[in-house]
Design a protein. Structure first.
Length: 103
């Protein structure tokens, strides 16, 4: 019985050591991959640089168009506000009606 316990412990120890070794190999392989992503070669960077610059130009263009649209909207709102205030200031028809009704 004691012999079988010792054998089981040895087998278990071997399995644990095997698992640890395989985990070390996996960790090392992953760290190599991660380093490749963190410090890409110049070619890797250049392959995405042109696409990045195109997207950046598109964003700038859309931001400029949006800014122009907001400026036009602001001008239209200012114009409507001025027209509304002129109507409020110079609209004497309700006053004239009440004056006629009073006389």
């Amino acid at each position: 019985m004691r012999f079988s316990r010792t054998k089981k412990k040895k087998n278990l120890k071997k399995e644990i050591i095997g698992l640890i070794e395989s985990q070390k190999k996996i960790s090392k392989a992953l760290s190599v991959l991660i380093e490749g992503f963190a410090e890409p070669d110049a070619y890797f960077y250049d392959s995405f640089k042109s696409e990045y610059l195109v997207l950046l130009e598109n964003i700038k263009s859309k931001a400029f168009d949006f800014s122009e649209s907001l400026s036009l909207l602001e001008l239209k709102l200012d114009e409507k506000l001025i027209n509304l205030s002129l109507e409020l200031i110079f609209d004497f028809s309700p006053l004239e009606k009440s004056f006629r009704a009073f006389n």
